[in-house]
Each structure stands twice: as C-alpha cells, then as structure tokens.
Design a protein around this ligand. Structure first.
Ligand code: FNR
Length: 364
C-alpha cells in the first residue's frame, strides 16, 4: 500500500507485518510468553471513556508542553527501542530526523544500531534527546556512556529498571536472528540461538538495586528517571531517593508477563500522590500500547507529563523510512488536535481527571 493509505498507527503495523523480514518482525512485535500484557497495554485504553465539555471556544488548540523543564511541541516522545537497523538500513537516525521535524523528544537506546554519536550528529540545534541506559556489570563502561551522553548534551538519563534479565519472547526466539551491526557492549561472543533480545543483552547487571542510585547521581548532573516502574510504593521510593521522574511501563509487554499497563498504574498512582501532596515532586511518564491521539489525551488527563511511543514509529520506519515516521507523527498530532476540540480543551494544562471516566479501568 501507498504511504498515503496509512491513516493511523495500526495501518503502519499491518504494512510492516507484510513487508518486514521475518526476523525483524519477530524482534519488534514480540512480547513475553502469551503476549497477554502486550494486548492489555492497548486494551486498557479502551476501558476509559471521555466526559467532554461543550460550548468551549476551541478555535485555537495548542498541545505544546514541557518535559523536564524543556518546552516541546507535543506531549508524546519516541521511546527507546533497540536495533533500529533491523527495520530500516538507516536505523535510528530516521526517527531522529522525523523527531526534529515535529519537535518531538527522542530517547536514545543503549542498544541502538547506529552509534550514539551518529544519532547525536543527526540531531540538529536544540533538538531534545534523552538517553536510555542498560546498566553494565562493568560500571566503568556505564560511567563512560553517561559522561559521554552528558557531554553531548543529552537532557536526561532514563535507567531501565524492569529488565534485570531480558524477557523470553518466543516469536523472537523462533526466528533466526542475524545482527545487522549493533554496537554491542559486552565484547563477548553473542549466541543468536535464543533470539535477538538475549543475544544482545548479556552485559546487563541483574544486581542493580536502589543502593546504586546515589552513584548515578554522583556521576551526572542530568535528571535521572527510572523506566519501568510498576507500583505506587516504588514511585514513592523514587521520590525519596530524589530522582526526577519515572516511566510507568512494562517494556511494551516484553518483560514480565501479567505486568499491568502503564495507564492503569497511572490512574492508581496520581490520586495517592495528590493525597500526599507529592504530585509536583516528580514527573510521571507512561508508555505501552499508545496507538491513538485519544490514548495520549487519556494519559495526560490522568496526570502523565508525557507519553512514550515505541512500536508504531518502528513500524512506520520499517515500512516507509523517514517519510513513514513523519506521517505517523503528523497523524497523531491531527488526531490529538481534533479530539482536544471534541473534549473542550485548548491546552495541555486544561486536561484533568474530570474529563475521563475510569470506573471500568481496573475491573475488566
Ligand atoms: C523496546 N523497549 C526498550 N526499552 C528499553 O528501555 N530499552 C530497550 O533497548 C528497548 N528496546 C525495545 C525494542 C523493541 C523492538 C520494542 C518494541 C520495545 C521498550 C520501549 O521503550 C517501550 O517501553 C515500549 O515499546 C512501549 O510500548 P509500545 O509503544 O511499543 O506499545
């Protein structure tokens, strides 16, 4: 199909499924075990309904916002996804260029196919980039990565905390994985028989714990966020140890099967933070299953500062390269703009919990 025939994120997924190499499709689309959390991520949004306001002047709609103190044009960001060159020969820089065009933040994965510097070089001017970190057993390597990211003006460090071991993804394990040139850190011989995920992740330190957080704070001035938080108690602990934010996420359903969706945890977390007067002490992000402008608006209504999007941009990139990601971002903006009007809001700060009905969210 032609690019112009893609009208939403699911259309890109359908094209990608038909056109991508089997191994690449297997790595991108796969998730843990029976992929129940994967499906739940998307379906959880379907249990939230709007309570729109009427007769509000919505001629001018503006969905710009701030994330970690930086002004951005849209409240979604490109989250970190490894191995960009599996989907497209240019890899992550496709995402970088589209993000530039739309003033969208990009989170750079530790396991990018392009080198970190190639991605930073593709970014222009004041384009905002964040760094996703898998923590190496060898902290000297991790320290070098962090210092280099800061030197190249990365604006934040997202430490992935839901992957002490990379998940079992059977679709990925079944397909024969061939490495298109990853900047793997371990230096070890990789064993491809268990799929891409396991081949590239043996360096990750499973001993990482809360006790390590002060060390990260001592080696960087970048804001530190924890990516992959699953319960309100850990959000409170994150505030206590003084990190700047968390991403409520289950890694796109790729890690713990039967982990709950970010949006559901968000709905549970924000009332607790408000009750304790802590809602301004930390920035809360979510990712997982976001496919529509309405999904983004629901998350913002419930208190998310921003929303990460993974697979849809990978699929758009794999199917159509830069133009695909460009169109995917434009479509999401279009969906958001129209639905902001339909719920009677003209700016992000007007989005609030009274605009959504979450009575069915936790009880499906
Ligand atoms: C990921 N994700 C991920 N997260 C991370 O912290 N480091 C990583 O290297 C990767 N790699 C990765 C690869 C692929 C192919 C996918 C699909 C996902 C998880 C990612 O950041 C995010 O949590 C999910 O992708 C969000 O879910 P959706 O938008 O894909 O549904």
């Amino acid at each position: 199909p032609m690019l112009e025939q893609c009208y939403n994120m699911l259309d890109f997924e359908a094209v990608a499924k038909k056109t991508m190499k089997k191994g690449a499709w297997g790595y991108y689309s796969s998730a843990a075990d029976d992929e129940i959390t994967l499906r739940e991520n998307h379906e959880a949004f379907h249990r939230i309904w709007f309570r729109p306001r009427i007769l509000v002047d919505v001629e001018e709609v503006d969905f710009s916002t701030t994330m970690l103190g930086t002004k951005v044009d849209v409240p979604f960001y490109v989250t970190a996804t490894a191995l960009g060159k599996l989907g497209h020969p240019e890899g992550e820089v496709c995402l970088t260029r589209a993000a530039k065009k739309h003033n969208v933040v990009q989170m750079i994965p530790t396991l990018a196919s392009c080198s970190f510097d190639e991605i930073m070089d593709a970014a222009e001017g004041d384009q905002v980039q964040w760094m996703q970190l898998y923590v190496n057993r060898d902290r000297a390597i991790t320290k070098r990565i962090i210092e280099h990211a800061e030197k190249r003006c990365c604006k934040a460090l997202f430490i992935t905390v839901d992957a002490p071991q990379l998940g079992r993804r059977e679709k990925d394990m079944r397909s024969k994985f061939t490495d298109p040139g990853t900047n793997v850190q371990s230096g070890q011989q990789t064993d491809n028989s268990q799929g891409a995920a396991r081949a590239i992740s043996s360096f990750i330190d499973p001993a990482l714990s809360w006790k390590d957080i002060p060390w990260f704070q001592s080696v960087t001035k970048m804001p530190i966020l924890l990516k992959g938080v699953q319960r309100v108690e850990d959000v409170l602990k994150a505030i206590e140890v003084g990190v700047q934010g968390v991403v409520l996420s289950n890694h796109g359903g790729r890690q713990l099967e039967f982990a709950r969706s970010g949006i559901e945890i968000l709905a549970e977390t924000m009332p607790v933070l408000r009750e304790l007067g802590l809602e301004n002490k930390i920035e809360i992000y979510i990712d997982g299953g976001v496919r529509r402008g309405t999904d983004i608006l629901k998350a913002l209504c419930l208190g998310a500062k921003g929303v990460g999007i993974g697979r849809p941009f990978l699929y758009a990139m794999s199917a159509y390269g830069f133009e695909g990601v460009d169109r995917a971002m434009a479509l999401l903006k279009d969906e958001m703009e129209m639905n902001m009007r339909l719920i009677g809001c003209t700016s992000v700060d007007q989005l609030n919990p009274s605009l959504v009905d979450v009575r069915n969210l936790g009880s499906h």
